[in-house]
Structures are given as C-alpha cells and as structure tokens.
Design a protein around this ligand. Structure first.
Ligand code: NAP
Length: 319
C-alpha cells in the first residue's frame, strides 16, 4: 500500500453533508485502495486544516473559507456544476469538477427520452383517451432539427447520440468544436443561427456570467415557432417570465425543465400550474457513487504521481 512521500497516510477532508460523507467515504477509500493508496477520511473538524491533502466538495458543505488548507493539493467536486464555489476568493487550490460515465450516460438518457417525447408528440396520446383515432404521424428523426447548447462532456455525448438516432443536430459552444455528424457552431455571434435551427432545443450549458439569462424574450423569439425546449443545464440560463410569455403565445410549445433558479421550485411558481411545462426535480443526471469514486481516486492518484489533474475548472471562464 502506497503512502505519501513523507510516509503519511493521505488525508481527505469531506466538505459535504454527513449523509454524503456516509455515502461516499467507503467507496472513495476503497477506490483508492484498489490503486494501492492508503487514505483517511473525515468531516470538517476531524483533521487539522494544515494536514489536509485533498478536499472532497459538494455544494452545501460547511467550509466556505479555504484559506487554512495550506497544503491541500486540490478541491475535488462531487458534482459537475461548480457555479456555487468557482467565485470563492479563498479558494486558491486547484478545483476539479466531476466528469464520470454514470453522469454522462444518465444525461444522454434523459435528453434522448425527452427529445423523443417532443419529437413523437407522445403527450397527444397520453391526454387523448378515448382516442379520436386521428393519426398524428410525426416526421422521421432525419426530418427533425435539434440544437444542443453546450458541447462539453454532457452536451457532446447527447448531441452524438441524437445524431446517431438520425436527428439533424446543430451544436453550439464557446470555442469551435468538431463532432461527427453534428453541425457545430461557436461563439456569441452564431447563437441566432443555432437557435433558428432548433425545432427542439436542448440546453446543457453551465452557469457563468456569460450564460445567465441567455434564453430571454429576445433570444426565445429567434426559435422557430412551436419549438420545444429542454433545460438540464442550470435554471439561471432561462428568464422564467420570458419563457412563460413565450409558452402563452405559442412561440414555445413545451418546456421540460430539470433545473431552476430556486430549487425546490416554490409552490407558487407559475411553472407548476402551466400546462406547457414539465418539471423534473434536478434528476437528469446524478453522480453515481461507484464511478464517481473512481473519478476522484483517479485524480488523487494522478496528483500523487505528479501527473496533471483532470477536469480542472478554468476560473477565468467560471466552468
Ligand atoms: P462542460 O464539459 O464544462 O461543458 C460546457 C459546455 O458549455 C462547453 O461546450 C462550453 O464551450 C459551453 N459553454 C460555456 N460557456 C459558453 C458560452 N458563453 N457560449 C457558448 N458555449 C458555452 O460541462 P458539462 O460536464 O457538459 O456540464 C454542463 C452543465 O450541465 C454543468 O455545468 C451543470 O450546470 C449541468 N449539469 C446538470 C445536471 C442535472 O442533473 N441537471 C447534472 C450534471 C451537470 P466550450 O466547449 O467552448 O468550452
């Protein structure tokens, strides 16, 4: 079993709720043992700050001041979204976000399920009982255009799967990307083209100063009339009142929302009662304990061997 160069056992501080600590402690220690790395884990208070080697972090963890962790080599987020911690000025340690296969596969399945629901108009038959026996024959996927905003770990996987199903897929990112069978656009100036191509719009962007309120009255008006929207990025990407107005006017046919400005969505929020809104409670893609523990252990192993950390957050970009 390997220990640190100084002979000490690696110390992992879990800046998470007690429930998450119970859920992740043993799987992460076990994933490290499989890599022949010996570690100890504790909640805040259990390890002197200057002795901490790595901080496992989840939003809501009690530590807000990272200054005392002078020897911590990295803060490793259990979640993919880091908007709540990225602006913390006491955080000088490298920050890594979660990228793992369970998260990716879960998001692909959520996106495909809800895109197919919009594409096939399955709600018509759910609502219409007994059936009037009118046949609403949907176009084939090859005749349906889908735009994916955000072509990162999750967006590129979703775009590729939709393209493999035959959809005409346009993707949009900040920097130019190349993805097989996906028409890739990049940069703010190409957003109107990306939106104009969307009979179904999938948003998988992170929350950053540049993406907040991206889907507002002006940009929603650029979508083809009757477009369906899926948002599993962050709630702040959409201006709620503008979306409600667009749904009321028929500009947007349906919105399937997994993420919200306030979670849980307040009981009096108009999304609850709007017939054009489907709410899912931030379940599109959950971090899966086993594969996430391997992702954390991989990064610890890399850092211990002097290799560069994976999935580093770029503080200047906020994602
Ligand atoms: P990622 O790998 O960092 O990808 C982010 C993508 O967004 C990249 O393609 C990036 O462009 C693009 N982007 C960022 N800012 C942009 C801008 N101003 N203009 C155009 N494109 C921009 O992130 P990810 O792992 O795919 O995750 C995306 C988000 O999904 C997370 O941040 C989180 O908010 C959300 N999420 C939600 C759930 C859920 O259950 N609902 C679960 C996990 C994650 P570049 O390619 O040019 O960098």
């Amino acid at each position: 079993m390997r220990a640190r160069n100084d002979g000490q056992v690696i110390k992992l501080l879990f800046n998470v709720s007690p429930d998450l600590f119970e859920e992740y402690r043993e799987p992460i220690l076990e994933a490290l043992r499989r890599r022949n790395i010996e570690a100890q884990a504790g909640l805040p208070g259990a390890i002197p700050p200057e002795k901490v080697d790595y901080i496992i972090h989840a939003t809501g963890g009690p530590i807000k001041d990272f200054d005392p962790f002078i020897h911590a080599r990295a803060v490793l987020s259990l979640w993919a979204g880091v908007e709540k911690i990225v602006g913390n000025t006491t955080l000088t340690q490298p920050l890594c976000r979660m990228v793992e296969n369970g998260l990716r596969q879960g998001m692909v399945e959520w996106v495909v399920g809800h895109v197919l629901r919009a594409h096939l108009q399955t709600d018509l038959y759910v609502r219409e009982k007994p059936l009037a026996w009118q046949r609403h024959v949907p176009p084939l996927a090859t005749e349906r255009s889908v735009t994916v905003l955000g072509l990162g770990e999750l967006g590129s996987a979703a775009a590729t799967t939709l393209a493999n199903l035959g959809f005409r897929v346009t993707g949009w990112s900040r920097r130019p990307r190349e993805i097989s069978d996906v028409h890739c656009l990049a940069g703010a100036e190409s957003l109107p083209r990306a939106l104009a191509a969307a009979e179904i719009l999938v948003s998988l962007l992170p929350e950053t100063p540049d993406t907040i309120d991206l889907l507002n009255a002006e940009t929603l008006a650029l979508l083809p009339r009757g477009c369906s929207i899926l948002n599993a990025g962050r709630g702040s990407l959409i201006v709620d009142a503008a979306l409600i107005a667009a749904l009321d006017s028929g500009q947007i046919q349906h919105a399937t929302l997994d993420v919200f400005r306030t979670e849980p969505v307040p009981a009096d929020h108009p999304f609850w009662s709007h017939p054009g809104v489907t709410i899912s409670p931030h379940v599109a893609a959950a971090t899966r304990v086993t594969s996430a523990s391997d992702a954390i252990a991989d990064n610890v192993e890399r850092a211990e061997s002097g290799a560069p950390l994976l999935h580093l957050v770029d503080r200047t970009l906020s994602y």
